[in-house]
Design a binder for this molecule. Structure first.
Ligand SMILES: [Zn+2]
Length: 453
């Protein structure tokens, strides 16, 4: 029995974990790397494991840093099954096609050829088997997989993989991303009932988030001021999850008679498609959303909300919007329509830019959060006069305290904890906390490193 780490090792993105037992191979997630050029080059590289021998690919959730390299697997001979929840299945095809579109556009602009295409996505979609939380799926003679709710985004799961070899049995739990408790739209995470070894994400392993209520109050204050001064609040947001969370909150405020005159623009064709999928998956939502829906209130629709589709309308927004919030992707401002808005609006003192998610090193988002005075955008130098805010309380990831509680709740406690999906500082700090508070053995794997279980 063994585990190999082929992504999110000493970095936050690229999740990809290979488990092997009794001749069966299960790959959990196959995500894209994001950030520094050197890291992103890995998105085109050959996998360092025998791809045709993978029996099943398990997807914990549809975020691109967990699924983005899967079409590349097909290119390199993958013919196995794809196992995920129904909501993830509804979302992941949209994410893959968006990835193909971005890669093909890059190629047209003189970049390297797209590493995969639409037919690779179709092959993956055909291989998808959807499973409910708690249902055990047999994969060959060496593995059985059970998904449980990770409370991170719609359809997200922890993957519990039971491994069998030579009469031995071992449960290896892969956290995927662990949700923060009390998040809108999704339920709270449900830790493994039993796991001998665990791979846990540690994006925020070195810190606790500010109280969600405080972040909400701060956002409300910024939006109220924008209405008053007719300014623009710009929010770079992941099209999947964070955008819908923001709409959910503004809908509640509008219901309560606040922000009456605030205009909200969702300027991301991807976010629009995804919001449509959310509407089609009421069963995957938490009780709060179900209650709203049963009263006839769509949490992702309200007065003053516009979904922007055309490029022209998007380009006009910085000139024409007043007293408005513009939500656009990508969340780390590496691509997408947010870049045009930043180029136009960063030089204005009246602009407020709000970051609501993790910003990887090397991204434009990270440079802005780190208080760059000037940034390069669209081939020119853009001065930053806008105010930059980071609202940690909107994170869809558990903070340090919640991650420790999540580990503590695993029945009997794991013998070994592999820490992934974090920057070095977060990983080291979280490993020390696990050892001192819980007494579990901790390992921080390097990229490509393998361990016998
Ligand atoms: Zn995620």
């Amino acid at each position: 029995m063994r585990v190999e780490f082929h992504g999110a090792a000493r970095t936050v993105t690229g999740s990809c974990t290979l488990l092997e037992a009794g001749g069966t191979r299960v790959l959990v997630d196959c995500g894209q790397f994001q950030g520094e050029d050197e890291l992103e080059r890995l998105n085109r590289a050959h996998f360092r494991f025998p791809v045709p021998e993978i029996d099943a690919l398990v997807l914990t959730h549809a975020h691109i840093d967990h699924v983005g390299r899967a079409p590349l697997l097909v290119r390199q001979g993958f013919r196995g099954r794809v196992i995920c929840t129904r909501a993830t299945a509804a979302l992941v095809g949209i994410m893959w096609r968006d990835g193909v579109k971005i890669a093909e556009e890059d190629a047209r602009r003189g970049g390297p050829p797209a590493p995969y295409g639409e037919h690779d996505v179709i092959a993956l979609e055909r291989a998808i088997e959807t499973r409910r939380y708690g249902e055990e799926v047999r994969v060959g003679s060496g593995a059985r997989v059970t998904l449980t709710d990770a409370g991170h985004i719609l359809g997200s799961a922890h993957a519990g993989v039971k491994l069998f070899e030579d009469g031995r049995e071992l449960v290896f739990g892969v956290s995927g991303d662990v949700g923060a408790k009390g998040r809108p739209v999704v339920a709270d995470p449900s830790p493994f009932a039993k796991a001998d070894c665990v791979q846990v994400e540690a994006t925020y392993g070195d810190r606790d988030h500010r109280d969600g209520e405080a972040s909400l109050a701060e956002l409300l204050g910024i939006l109220e001021k924008a209405v008053e001064t007719r300014g623009i609040v710009l929010v770079p947001a992941f099209a999947l999850g964070r955008t819908q969370d923001l709409l959910y909150h503004v809908n509640l405020w509008k219901n309560a008679g606040k922000l009456k005159n605030l205009a909200v623009y969702v300027d991301s064709p991807l976010a629009i498609k995804i919001t449509q999928v959310f509407r089609g998956q009421p069963g995957a939502m938490d009780d709060d959303v179900k209650a709203l829906l049963s009263r006839g209130d769509d949490p992702f629709t309200f007065e003053g909300l516009t979904f922007v589709t055309s490029h022209d309308a998007s380009e006009r927004l910085p000139r024409e919007a007043h007293g408005a919030m513009i939500i656009a992707s990508s969340g780390m401002a590496q691509g997408g329509r947010i870049r045009g808005h930043l180029a136009a609006l960063l030089p204005r003192e009246s602009t407020e830019v709000i970051f609501v998610g993790y910003q990887a090193p090397g991204t434009l988002g990270r440079r802005l959060v780190d208080r760059a005075q000037v940034v390069r955008l669209g081939g020119r130098e853009v001065p930053v006069r806008a105010r930059i805010h980071t609202l940690g309380g909107f994170s869809a990831h558990a903070g340090r305290r919640e991650l420790l509680d999540w580990l503590r709740d695993i029945g009997d406690g794991p013998k070994r904890v592999f820490l992934c999906h974090g920057e070095d500082r977060a990983l080291e700090s979280f490993a020390a906390a696990i050892r001192s508070e819980l007494g579990f053995e901790t390992v921080i794997p390097d990229l490509g490193q393998a361990f016998t279980l």
